[in-house]
Design a protein around this ligand. Sequence first.
Ligand SMILES: [Zn+2]
Ligand SMILES: [Zn+2]
Ligand SMILES: [Zn+2]
Length: 510
Amino acid sequence: MEPMKLSISFPIPDLATASDHEIEGLFPSFDGRWSSQTKALLAQHGVERLDLDGNWASVPPMWRCGSCGRYKAELARLSDVGVLICRLDWHHDHLRDHGKKILKRKGARPSEPEALRRWFSAVETCKDLIERFHPSFVCVDCNAADGEAKRKLKGIVHPDFSFSPAEIATFITIQPGRPHKVDADKAEEIWKSVEDDVLDRIAFAELLAARVADGRHQRQGRKLWPEPPLGPLLRDLSRNPTYPAIPLLQLPSILSSRSLKNDGFRSSLKVRTKPVRVPSQAEFETFTAAQDPKSPWVWVDAGWTCPGCDRSRFECLRESGKNKLSGRLHQFYVYSDEDDYDALRWRNGWNEGGVTYGGHAVVFLCQDCRLVVTDTNKTLTAPSEDCLRIEDLRVLVGDAAPHTRPQVDLEAAQALAEDNFEHVDAARIYWEHRSAARAVLNHYTELTKWRGVDRETAMWIVLEKVGRLDLEDRELPGLLDFMLAEGARFAAQDEASRSDRRTAGTGGAQ
Ligand SMILES: [Zn+2]
Ligand SMILES: [Zn+2]
Ligand SMILES: [Zn+2]
């Protein structure tokens, strides 16, 4: 018998076409380029260009910074090139990551599935005991003040220490339209007053780590993540052709594209005094002809501009050393968020939440922007190709003048890179997932196609290396299908980019 259908008519606003006024009325808990406050701020600063990020959009217009106490209206800042910057930072206690490292280091990670699950539960439980404050949004000035204070107190404060929002408030002086002034002496006082507590927590983490490694603090079963009741219902309905709920599920991403704005976020550059040698068009052509035809400098689109500094290829060509010209392009990855519910579940399992990347695109940076990444990595304890994002480069490189190497504030670069820990982690995990998925697909094909192994046996063999010991046996066929589909998706991407490069390569070499 057919299930009885209850017909509820539920009009969903069309967020793509709704007026700004309607959006504002519908979503008082959010903010965006549509809000009357944002518009008033643009008018007040006499500009139209806006850089409004997802953090800013996720809290209401009346939000105020938990550290300096300023309202959004005071936080919006005009950049030197006339863009209104509306951004917030996510500030968290780095001590938590430090504690996690200690807990995992000492733990001789068990390999048997049930033992690993229990060991992991112990790590999860204990790491919360090390954090000094809950993560929260703070204004960019307060987050930067935390970084600046730590840099000024380098060698004094513990390298993984973070000042809490309340502590930051005690050592900053608010300056309208400019970054906070940081009083290093006051910051040091704060550190002295909490030093005992911090070191005690670290010692406690060591103690806990030894106990966890001994098999203590374990918990049976699996943690169920609480979800608002509507979430799982909508997810199921969204896959059901009779009761499609897809439009409802898409609301968050449609709202976000209505709310955010990215007109460029950059500050200006100190003026260089050294005269700039501008190469001639003929020099540019001679230089280009002398390059390896396979190098992106030669075959990149004629309209290319560097995503970090906005300069054209010609503008990036500069003198280096004695009358020699140099110019190169370097590959750089830009990642996109995974937003498929199933994929997120298969990817993250117990460790839900946080940033998960599902794809990447290749862009090309000029040599100067690439050098910023290289130089920043020299300041980091854990260097990474992904230490800076394009947005960061745009801030750091600013309005780079043509034909010269821009001057970059490496301290600022280091601060931005240190705040990118989630991004760096997510990128690393993405590449691991990518190669795992491709390996699963290859191995599985080899076993089932060429060696006559049945699906069940092949599944056990290929999933062994994926190491998802948190999953129940009955979930493994689902994981296998997911990994095979991912493997095929990545293989197709790699094939497409190989043939792109081939076409581009021959095109440029003509
Ligand atoms: Zn603040
Ligand atoms: Zn921070
Ligand atoms: Zn550049």
